[in-house]
Design a protein around this ligand. Sequence first.
Ligand SMILES: Nc1ncnc2c1ncn2[C@H]1C[C@H](O)[C@@H](COP(=O)(O)OP(=O)(O)OP(=O)(O)O)O1
Ligand SMILES: [Mg+2]
Ligand SMILES: [Zn+2]
Length: 609
Amino acid sequence: RNLVLHHFANGYSAVNGCRQNETICVIFIFVALSPDFSWSKEVQAKLCSVFQLSNFRPLQRAAINLSMSGKDLFLVMPTGRGKSLCYQLPALCSKGFTLVIAPLVSLMEDQLMYLKSVDVPAVTLNASSTKEDSKHVLAGMIDKNSPFKLLYVTPEKIAKSKLLMSKLDKAYNMGLLTRIAVDEVHCCSQWGHDFRPDYKLLGILKRQFPKVPLVGLTATATSNVLKDCQKILCVQEPITLTAPFNRPNLYYEVRFKDNEDCTDQIAQMIRERYKNQSGIVYVFSQKDAAAVATDLQKKNILAQPYHANMEPSDKSLVHQRWSSKKIQVVVATVAFGMGIDKADVRFVIHHTISKSIENYYQESGRAGRDDGSADCIVFFGFADIFRISTMVVMENTGQQKLQNMVAYCQNVDRCRRAMMAIHFDEVWNDDECNQMCDVCRHGNDYITMDITKHARDVVTIVEMASSMDEKLTPLKVCDAWLGKGPAKHRKTIKVTSLSRLEVESVIIHLLLHGYFSEDFSFTPYTTHFYLKLGRKAALLKNGNHSITMKMRRRVMSPATVSQSINSAEVFIFHMQAVPPADSDDKKSFLRRRTKKYSSFIPYSQNKSM
Ligand SMILES: Nc1ncnc2c1ncn2[C@H]1C[C@H](O)[C@@H](COP(=O)(O)OP(=O)(O)OP(=O)(O)O)O1
Ligand SMILES: [Mg+2]
Ligand SMILES: [Zn+2]
């Protein structure tokens, strides 16, 4: 029992046997960690001689042993931690071949290129396979000498190719279909972040080939998504191994976009902080990819765009040039994601927030796969929220997921890792972050403020517009509150004393907490996002109701301090700070300031940490 607990404490975290008795699962995992199976020597030898790796990473050995002993398995392991090895190595140590389902041709090609380089025979069948290639592969599947160990196919092939299914059937009967691996298994579920309809049809595999063990692999799946995948794949009693989601070498930071274009700031960071280092800049749209790449090029940065609408050969070229360090930065949409396995990515910067935490975790997870330190920085812009919101308006849980992402960015209170842990149903102790997020490093720069009066004012603006039968976009609401635009929108309230960033922050807070809600309006060409009163807005009529939020401490001159001491009026974002007169306060101010400016020195460059 103690040994099992020891393994758990050392990162072999959750083990859930769906519908299985927990004790049996604990025994399975315990046994699976043992190095004494009939295949253990061969597995260890090939780990070194073929894959040229000296040790397993957490959970790899358990996953391989469970898979080798014929168990069905879900493996949830952070991006870049080596899930592929957990089916490639068993494939190499078993007779017959392993069928691998992967969502993208580019992802398969990358894996084939890698396997070729280490002399593991692997082939693919996909829409771009030639007739000759297909013939060769189909024949190999039922060849007793198994000319290949891994066969990569897209889910579309399984859904559409009767010939492939009949060959698989034959191979199954001959005992040559040894294992099935479903990579990026979260694509099965509509609740996952990257649903692919053809994955829904993969249940046929377990129904047709019940004796073949299946392993589903993903970096990002909540327990509900996994349950859904299990049902879709018709897997009866899988064991789920979940490696801790945490990537200790990644530094997470969110920056508020103080104007629409943060490209200048990004360029400066790349030129100074990430000189000669590889990275990715994620953008919202194909248009943005082209524009931001051009902007960076103008600033003498070797950057190229990457998006789904480019010719496959152009995409490959950008990927190759980046992998071989001929260019420094790829400016990409989400199309540049799965299967990107460059080890030394030192920064992933989001020019625009992702549409969900799952997406963000996966995209930022492209950084630091070599275990070296790397930075993951998001630029959080007010207008971007509504651009994405209207884009995901038709997706099942699109708004909820976006809200979670916005809450992650807006948060200045809780360790960023804690936010992710809560999202992925993990237990997390904030101390383990090790100051590797901006909140843990700079949380003291924020204080709790009473914003009730501000909330009443801005709610009044929306209420008034509505009484005049007008709808206001969030940007219009900001303008009205800041004293721009028609005066009728602020008849009974004063122009706010808050800065634009503060105004935006308050509106986001009210939206996240139900004082405002979204009001979409559809035209044949576009969708508009308007603000309307949310379910909690009425509470503001009650004199006792109060709202607080964390705001960046405003550094004030002594005169301002005395004016504002009893007021919630003055806070935040004044970068032009004036040190306090009092000498103790001055010291702490200077400490804070040094700290604040060191906040712009990320971990990877901050040699003192
Ligand atoms: N035991 C190990 N020791 C050192 N490096 C390893 C080990 N196992 C795998 N790797 C390396 C090989 C790859 O370059 C890198 C990422 O592996 P890979 O299998 O592509 O990740 P993954 O599938 O978990 O990530 P993703 O979720 O992004 O697909 O890790
Ligand atoms: Mg992978
Ligand atoms: Zn933290």
